[in-house]
Ligand binder design. Structure first.
Ligand SMILES: CC(C)(COP(=O)(O)OP(=O)(O)OC[C@H]1O[C@@H](n2cnc3c(N)ncnc32)[C@H](O)[C@@H]1OP(=O)(O)O)[C@@H](O)C(=O)NCCC(=O)NCCS
Length: 170
């Protein structure tokens, strides 16, 4: 699958080709209502998205929001969050492309370790190089995020991926 331009577009850039007819863009504040609906329709926490919306990459099909993924930048650590693809657009590689985009975005921002919590997609992330880790091993800044403190259930699996071991252009 062709990743195309591996650098997420800057704010204000025209939508960037993602896959097939799907384009991607960095989110703007105006996109917040649509992102909140997409996440809540798919059972993902959305309470604190407003604070982090400028670090979301969105996927679009002719003006319809079909996917999203977000990042919380915490120095050399990052919280990968809110990966979601509209149900009738799944299994086309959209989530995989969104992952690649947000991972490159994090790498460019100086993040070396990405953490996430998941109740639904452990195997999806394992295939992308994420390993299960204990919550105790997670840096305090990441443990201090709303997802870790109260938005995700304590049964959620914690995973980590080192970005500095990866060639972002491969
Ligand atoms: C998980 C999700 C983002 C995947 O989106 P997608 O665009 O269909 O994923 P892709 O097309 O890039 O990848 C599809 C591959 O991942 C696998 N996959 C999809 N969802 C998976 C899951 N929950 N667990 C494990 N594997 C999964 C598919 O079986 C497929 O495998 P294949 O390539 O061997 O056929 C989507 O199902 C979704 O939005 N789910 C609801 C929200 C959610 O659970 N998000 C994760 C929060 S941490």
């Amino acid at each position: 699958m062709n990743l195309g331009n591996t650098t997420p577009p800057d704010k204000g850039d025209p939508a960037d080709h993602l896959i097939d007819s799907i384009t991607s863009s960095m989110a703007s504040r105006n996109d917040l209502p649509m992102v909140l609906v997409l996440l809540s329709e798919n059972g993902l926490p959305s309470e604190d998205v407003r604070e982090h919306i400028e670090h979301f990459v969105l996927a679009w099909d002719d003006g319809t929001l079909v996917g999203a993924v977000g990042m919380e930048l915490l120095g050399s650590d990052g919280l990968f969050r809110s990966l979601c693809v509209r149900s009738n657009y799944r299994n086309r590689g959209i989530a995989s492309e969104l992952c690649s985009r947000i991972e490159v975005y994090a790498l460019i921002a100086g993040v070396h370790r990405l953490y996430l919590l998941t109740t639904t997609a452990k195997d999806f992330f394992a295939r992308r190089g994420y390993s299960v880790c204990s919550r105790e091993s997670v840096p305090p800044t990441v443990q201090g995020t709303a997802e870790f403190r109260h938005l995700c259930p304590c049964t959620a699996v914690c995973m980590m991926r080192r970005l500095d071991e990866r060639d972002p252009l491969s």
